[in-house]
Ligand binder design. Structure first.
Ligand code: GDP
Length: 199
């Protein structure tokens, strides 16, 4: 069996496609991604310059900043197997005309601006390093634990999750509450082993 490689990536719906973000989010979910966080924001020029710092000095830099600050964007953290390449694959090629020719079902072919080749509807991180940087850029206060898979995940579950869950489910069987889901949620809140004493 193939070993799962769960990753997180940063997706961004750009201003030209923001009105179609519901359709794009549906594609994301249909593709099996989990949307971990979402934030709609209008970037300032300084923020856009920071985000696209690697393109500073290129001929299209100024028009890129103008485009990306022309309206709100929707930033999404996506999680899934090989999320970085998976999301880039369904985005399609950078240029809308090329996307329409080579990947007509891709997001950039379907939602990009036919009149402007670089108004390509959405962005995706291109490597684990840029995913980390771009997630931090849009969600600076978010603490994300490393994504564990395989033995690491089993170990985490057996140390950090199972002991509390077994206690909770044993208690649930004894009490037999009318609404077991609400009861379990309340029990976990009260008995959360990570709760600080001040909570
Ligand atoms: P991406 O990773 O596929 O988004 O491509 P890049 O990182 O190379 O470029 C970032 C963004 O800049 C692209 O998504 C386009 O919106 C824009 N862009 C890239 N190349 C050009 C270009 O040659 N001209 C213009 N006007 N915009 C470009």
């Amino acid at each position: 069996m193939a070993t799962d490689k769960i990753q997180r990536t940063l997706a961004m719906v750009k201003p030209d496609a923001i009105n179609r973000s519901a359709e794009i989010e549906k594609i994301i979910l249909d593709e099996g991604f989990t949307i971990v966080e979402r934030r709609r924001v209008r970037l300032t020029r300084a923020e856009a310059a920071e985000f696209y710092n690697e393109h500073r000095g290129k001929p299209f830099y100024e028009s890129l900043l103008e485009y990306i600050t022309s309206g709100e964007v929707l930033a999404l953290i996506l999680a899934g197997e090989e999320a970085i390449t998976h999301w880039r694959r369904i985005l399609g090629p950078t240029r809308v005309s090329q996307a329409r020719q080579e990947a007509p079902d891709s997001i950039r072919a379907r939602f990009g601006d036919h009149a402007n080749d670089s108004h390509n509807a959405a962005h995706g991180s291109d490597s684990p390093t840029s995913a980390q940087r771009e997630i931090k850029f849009f969600f600076p206060d978010l603490t994300l634990e490393p994504v564990l898979t395989g033995e690491g995940a089993k170990e985490y579950l057996s140390h950090a999750v199972s002991p509390t869950l077994v206690r909770a489910l044993t208690e649930l069987c004894k009490v037999r509450p009318d609404d077991p889901i609400v009861w379990l949620a309340d029990w976990l809140l009260v008995n959360n082993p990570n709760k600080s004493s001040g909570d």
